[in-house]
Design a protein around this ligand. Structure first.
Ligand SMILES: NC(=O)c1ccc[n+]([C@@H]2O[C@H](COP(=O)([O-])OP(=O)(O)OC[C@H]3O[C@@H](n4cnc5c(N)ncnc54)[C@H](OP(=O)(O)O)[C@@H]3O)[C@@H](O)[C@H]2O)c1
Length: 434
């Protein structure tokens, strides 16, 4: 039986969007949190880059540390909350040193956990302290707790998720307004929904970090970013969104993980066409959603805000309440020492249905050339669309396939790219039925 402390002394490194949200909840809900955690959560010290910055926070009486790593060694701090970000540098130093010094750590840092999760989990276990990171995946949605605790009796079959609000906002807005990608991205940047350098979001890297953590938990492997197949949404045009609609689909950037042939774990991030009736297709704007399939529980669907001060701080403070309650468990569900490294399942072995859009000059024989390439690769066409247009004008030919191997599709794409009638790079989007 563990004894509960009546006081948990907190130090926060990083007072930006999330850090500011955490300070507010700690101050505004002090009594409620003390009741739920069985201990008072006292904010003792904070650190950020610029002390003079106006933050709209009440920080009187709270110690300011110029160097965030000082929080990791301060004798009057029990738990260090790392809300700076980044897989290396100061964030990694704060977390590592805090664990080494026997302090609990709470973080929202997906890049750090995806890159160094196994090593940090082993350190936390060796020191007998907690390493909690609920906010790192899908913000306010309690996906880590759900996988690690609520569904711990299950063998996971597959997890399919929308994990990046910026991408979902862009794709949803493109569909609602009929505008093109670059236009919607520029507007999202102007409104502050997308970063000035949006590549982390729109190239699928942020989704990949979160999926690596989810896959590690679900399939008991050390997180391994190198094992992921990653594609972003830059190539999605309003034409694809339009054809998706015509075919009864919606385009979403999904993170998908499942086990293939026993040992290999599939982890892929790419745009998908999904049926309009799929729960994930109804997730609009900046929302996130996670669909979990377990052998005993069946299918579960969680939807909510994946970013922003309130939702993310909600997850961080829940981790602090766990720390106050004395809840400890291996950060990656099983002891880090027993985690095998994650074997990548090569995307070329994937089997599924595909959407292919080819912009061609419509001359006699074009369709026969495309049909010949499909025939030679053993690709069976499920549907074909070509709208009326003037002769000799560029036209989009869209086909969908029956079940096909990715390697066959890739070979067909290489051959199609050589056609003299092709006016633009071919567009291929995988069709999923989540
Ligand atoms: N924003 C979200 O919605 C969200 C959602 C889920 C997870 N997360 C994760 O939460 C973490 C924080 O994100 P955020 O959006 O809150 O970031 P942010 O607004 O950019 O805030 C970062 C904070 O870190 C401080 N900082 C930077 N370098 C520092 C240094 N060397 N020493 C001490 N402090 C330093 C900054 O100080 P100054 O304020 O003085 O510049 C700022 O307060 C990241 O890991 C992110 O991936 C964020």
């Amino acid at each position: 039986m563990q004894t509960r402390p009546s006081l948990l002394r907190v130090g926060i490194a990083g007072l930006g969007t999330v850090g500011g949200g955490v300070v507010r909840i700690l101050q505004e809900q002090e009594t409620l949190l003390a009741m739920r955690g069985g201990a008072r959560l006292e904010l003792v010290a904070v650190s950020a880059r610029d002390r003079a910055k106006a933050r709209g926070l009440l920080l009187d009486g709270i110690r300011w540390e110029e160097d965030a790593t000082a929080l990791a060694s301060a004798p009057d701090i029990d738990v260090v909350v790392e809300l700076i970000g980044g897989a290396e540098g100061i964030a990694r130093a704060v977390v590592t040193q805090a664990l080494q010094n026997g302090k609990h750590v709470v973080t929202a840092n997906k890049a750090l956990i995806a890159a160094h999760g196994a090593e940090l989990a082993a350190l936390a276990e060796a020191k007998g302290v907690g390493l909690a990171y609920e906010a790192a995946v899908a913000g306010g949605i309690p996906v880590i707790k759900t996988l690690r605790e609520g569904l711990a009796a299950n063998r996971y079959v597959r997890i399919t998720a929308i994990l990046n609000g910026t991408c979902n906002y862009i794709l949803t807005t493109m569909e609602k307004t009929g505008r093109d990608f670059a236009d919607v991205l520029a507007e999202a940047q102007a409104k502050g929904y997308a970063e000035a350098d949006p590549s982390f979001d729109i190239d699928g890297v942020d989704t990949a970090h979160k999926l690596a953590i989810v896959a590690a938990l679900a399939f008991q492997r050390a997180p391994n970013l190198d094992a992921l197949h990653i594609e972003g949404i830059r190539s999605i045009s309003k034409t694809d969104i339009h054809f998706a609609r015509e075919l009864g689909y919606r385009i979403k950037l999904l993170g998908i993980t499942s086990q293939r042939d026993g040992e290999q774990v599939e982890q892929r991030v790419h745009p998908c066409m999904i049926p309009l009736s799929a729960p994930l297709a109804t997730v609009d704007d900046a929302y996130n959603a996670v669909q979990i399939e377990g052998d005993a529980v069946g299918r579960l669907f969680l939807e909510g805000r994946g970013a922003g001060a309130g939702p993310t701080a909600s997850a961080v403070v829940a981790d602090l309440i766990d720390a106050a309650r004395g809840h400890r468990m291996p950060p990656l569900m099983v002891p880090a020492a027993s985690l095998p490294s994650l074997q990548p399942a090569d995307i070329s072995g994937l089997k599924g249905e595909y959407y292919l859009r080819l912009t061609v000059v419509d001359r006699p024989g074009v369709l026969a050339d495309i049909a010949g390439i499909c025939r030679d690769q053993g690709i069976s066409v499920a549907s074909l669309i070509q709208h009326a247009h003037a002769p000799e004008e560029p036209v989009d030919i869209v086909l969908t396939t029956h079940q096909t191997r990715e390697s066959q599709m890739q070979q067909a794409l290489r051959e199609v790219a050589l056609l003299a009638t092709l006016m633009a790079p071919p567009q291929m989007i995988r069709i999923e039925a989540p």
